[in-house]
Design a protein around this ligand. Sequence first.
Ligand SMILES: [Zn+2]
Length: 508
Amino acid sequence: MPRRYVIALIKHETNTFSPLATPLSSFGHGNGPAFGDAARARFTGTNTPMGAYLDLAMHEGAEIATPVAAEAWPSNKASRASFEELVRPLEDAVRAGCDAAFLDLHGAMVIEDCDDAEGEIVRRLRRIAPELPIAVTLDYHTNLSGDLVDNATVITGYKTYPHVDMYDVGRLCGEILIRKLNREIEPVMAWGWKPLLASVMRHAPKDGPSGDILRYAREMEGSGKVLAATLLPSFPHADTPYTGVSAIVVGDAKRGGGEAAAREVCERMLDIAWQRRAEYAFVAAPLAESVAAAKQLGDAPQDGPVLLIDHCDNCGSGGAQDVMAVVAEILRQELDDVAIAPIRDPAAVAQMIAAGVGNRVALDLGGKTDMPSIGVKGEPLSISGRVLAITNGEFTITGPMYTGIRTFLGRTAVLGVDNAGKASAPRVEIVITERGHEPMDLGIFTHCGIDPRQKRFIMLKSRIHYRAGFGGLASHVVECAGVGVTNADLSVYRYQKLRRPIYPLDPL
Ligand SMILES: [Zn+2]
């Protein structure tokens, strides 16, 4: 008899300071959630944990149920009703009977009446099937709860940022659970949490202490002391009691030191993070200085474009993606030969489509979104230029992050700025979209006819994920602190649910 596996994906990184709502339709990266066979079709062959789970199950010849696959770009809390639409099909699939559940979750999902959505999902499945083996993969930006750990059998998380190892992490998690089903191993987990709020701009392995911690984690996995060791640097833009750096380690009760080894490795990982906590703080330079520095770099002969990273308004962390502060400074300092992506502004796109390709438009671009959580009102930028291209905003990701995923930007238009009618106007091209999207793949430009490799400057509304597609082609990277709800300076947020004291907001 083949085993029956339930494989599902429910993911949202909730920025509780974000001005963006999270309707059910925003799942599926704006294309709506997928259920049943459509969920399986959407993720088969993709670089995701769900893609890995499906491969493992198919390889074994298991019977597969895929009740739901739903991921939305970061934004504020989803409603209870939306959450139920996603979770109930998963509960029904487990209730119908299965040998194991393989879940591709985020770890920082908050809904209107629950600060720990992943904990609730797994707890509800556990209630239906008390003995069910449950595998869970988590994003690097997880705020881990005891409820989630207590109700899962195996938990592993990404070790990369940008997250290019999603498939590998899913495979590791799935293989551990299948080995348990085969009675080869008996997974036991140890976890811990530190009162440490690490700035996302310092999370990447190549930037801060995470690199050394992850090296140690891989060594411990490689030595066989533990089965999986995961660092979770947290998502500090979710105001919850679970927010903070944590780690979770899976040991084997049958060999390799069992739970004691898992506990030892977990504590060592968190000790490094805590001892080096000051390195997790990010200090930004003033915007005008950053743009001036980028201009100087770009004016010298370059081996590739200079990247300007507008990190305070990042769609991939809950930003409005329409804040114009960095664009305005680029135009003010007259940087030449710039490609910018993406500005989310459906009204501007409609205006450009009405004007048509080749025609001139005057726009009040962006700035349509107020951000009451940080006391900022949206400020559009008056700008004029020519419509260079109009697309349906669809492309398939070919870069290393989310490889194979079909992407839907909504209708998309490119503005060629010839601002203020200057005789020698700087050449600036802006990709404007109806929907938010993290610019981690070159497709954001190439699908509308722009070759980013040929530009002197590229401005991206991103924090770290841009490195997946753009890191390799940049001659220099300049981080530009604009305005927005993904500000790396965590003192701008009014936290209410965070456990206090916590470093660096409190002296610890
Ligand atoms: Zn993440």
